[in-house]
Every structure is written in structure tokens, then in C-alpha cells.
Design a protein. Sequence first.
Length: 166
Amino acid sequence: MKHLALDGWLETTTGVGTRVANLNLSDRYSYMQVRGAVEALSVRLCAEAAGPEELLTLEHCLAVAQLAIDSGNLVRAIEADIDFHRLCAKCSGNRFLYQVYDRMLAQDELVFFRNVSDTDIRVQSHQQHAAIVEAIRSGDPRLAEDASRLHTRTILDRLRAEQERT
């Protein structure tokens, strides 16, 4: 129970009880701001460190995501999305960044599985991931970071629009 609470799945109130956590839009926006900053560093370092094997792994992840999108398996597409970001962090070569990022990704199910039925979001995200991989392949850290920041801005804009609707 303590581990679930630390990972953000449960909220506990002393003397009252424990319940499943629910992130509001403001929480989701704040989370994405932090995650986006970590991702930008992650892909920047990845562009500096990635070799042929890491590029092949990233491309495989993109292929899995494309197959999931094409077959309409949007849950698998989201899982591939999360795998993609985890791989970028791992390929950064910085184990501390990877550990922090891996822990952050535990929140993604709370944040992003809400949009599971939106194919357009999955397609757009996949296209942005492909641009990130292309920038990593080029070995240009700044280009990779810029592509990552665009991806984050897109998500933040979507969350902001959702806040305005509610």
C-alpha cells in the first residue's frame, strides 16, 4: 500500500482511510510540465549517446506503435508511447535520469489513459515521436530537444483547452 501511495495510485488520509488517486486537470498540467522538461533533457542526451542498436530499438518501438494505431488498438498505442519515452531516457546513458523518469512514468496511466479513444491524438503523438527519432538519428542534440519540446507543448495545449472547456 505504501508503494502504491508513493507511485501516486493511492491517496491516504490519516485516521480516515485510503482511496484511489484522481488527478485533476491542474495536476495533469503540472505533471506534464515537469515530465516535458525531463524528456527534453532525455532526448538531448540520447542524441549525443545513441548508437545503431539504440536507434534500432527506438525504430522498433515506433513500428509497434504504428501497428497498434493501424489496427485500432489504442491502448497498445499508448503503451508503446510510454515505452518510447522510457527508451529515450534509457538511451540517454544517464542512469539517474532514467530512474527518475521511470518513476514518473508510473503516473502516465493516471494522466493519459483518459484519451484512449482519441485516434487523432495517437496519430499526432506518433508523428512527433518519429520526428524526435529522426533528430536523434541526425546526432543533433538541439534538434532532438526542440522536437521534444514541441511534443510537450502540444500536450500542454491540449490540457489547457480541456481546462477551458470544463
